[in-house]
Design a protein around this ligand. Structure first.
Ligand code: UDP
Ligand code: MG
Length: 306
């Protein structure tokens, strides 16, 4: 009987200092996994500006289970995972970060839970070693999103997870360009379960997730899975109208009409602009989706098989 294959999808953005240590860890893990499965490692170089490509090509030259996919520029973590998914051939696919924040040893548990019949096994952070700001923003992001999203997206869970071939094939049919993959995986359903783990510190180098990229991910999550921001505009409009009426009455009674009117006009303008921007987020995303550009562009693909 042929063995089942496990694919690892590993996004790489300026990880030259982590690739050797990561490969060491993978080699350890592989010794155990290969007793029962075939292995495949799909590295997606997301437009790194350092020596990552060279290191990946060296791995490719000596390891027949390595595939390397290089983007023409930086398209972002979510696109790197998307491309990995498109090129992975395994019966199960594991998304894992390259900086060893997601300990490779946890993969054994993910595989075990998959073999029990789960289609999605996500790794949920029991603890995490990150900066105060990262912990604080992530904590509230997941909780607010959970409150407003149309589907339940598990808290404290990144993209570190295993998905079955069936789920992978379903995910590949999603054409949206503003992708929050964690949300999409929740959306597809099937049997899902969690494995708890302690998230390590970044082994070396610095995070490729700038504040701008984090904000974009948060916006993609909210606009992709909730219309709550637009509902909020309706609610704040109603509240403001009420406040306006009260203000006018107070102004009339105390004869400070001009000051009151000006203050309300200022508040109103602010609220209107925020409302416009919020609606604009949805419209802009619709426009970009309609443009229908490819999600990512591959410059070079290294593979030992077709
Ligand atoms: N990454 C990527 N493209 C980017 C930013 C990050 O492919 O634009 C990769 C990165 O190399 C790592 C994973 O995505 O393997 C998670 O990124 P990072 O560790 O920088 O994020 P953090 O853990 O700080 O949220
Ligand atoms: Mg990291």
């Amino acid at each position: 009987m042929t063995k089942k294959r496990i694919s690892w999808v590993i996004p790489i953005y300026n990880e030259e200092t982590n690739i050797p240590a990561l490969y060491d860890e993978i080699t350890k893990l592989r010794k155990e996994v290969e007793q029962n499965y075939l292995c495949e490692f799909v590295f997606v170089n997301d437009g790194s500006k350092d020596n990552s490509q060279k290191l990946l090509e060296e791995l490719f030259a000596t390891d027949k289970d390595v595939r390397v996919l290089s983007f023409s520029r930086n398209f972002g973590h979510q696109m790197a995972i998307t491309a990995g998914l498109d090129h992975a051939t395994g019966d199960a696919i594991i998304f894992i970060d390259a900086d060893l924040q997601d300990p490779p040893s946890v993969c054994l548990e993910l595989i075990k839970e998959w073999e029990k019949g789960n289609d999605v096994v996500y790794a949920k952070r029991r603890t995490r070693k990150d900066s105060f700001m990262k912990k604080f923003t992530a904590y509230w992001f997941y909780r607010i999103l959970r409150k407003f999203a149309d589907i339940k997206i598990p808290e404290d869970t990144g993209d570190f997870r295993l998905i079955s071939r069936q789920v992978a094939d379903v995910l590949r049919q999603f054409p949206e360009r503003h992708r929050f993959i964690r949300g999409l995986v929740s959306y597809v359903g099937f049997t899902q379960t969690a494995v708890l783990f302690d998230r390590e510190e970044r082994k070396s180098g610095k995070s490729g997730y700038s504040i701008k990229k984090m904000l974009k991910l948060a916006e993609d999550a909210f606009t992709g899975f909730s219309l709550a921001p637009i509902m909020l505009i309706g609610t704040s409009g109603t509240l403001l109208a009420f406040a306006g009426m009260i203000g006018v009455i107070i102004g009339l009674i105390t004869s400070t009409t001009l000051v009151t009117a000006l203050s309300y006009a200022t508040i109103l303008t602010g609220v209107l602009l925020v409302s416009l921007a919020t609606v604009g987020q949805y419209i802009g995303r619709t426009y970009q989706q309609v443009q229908g550009r490819p999600l990512y562009i591959v410059k070079k693909l290294l593979t030992h098989s077709t």
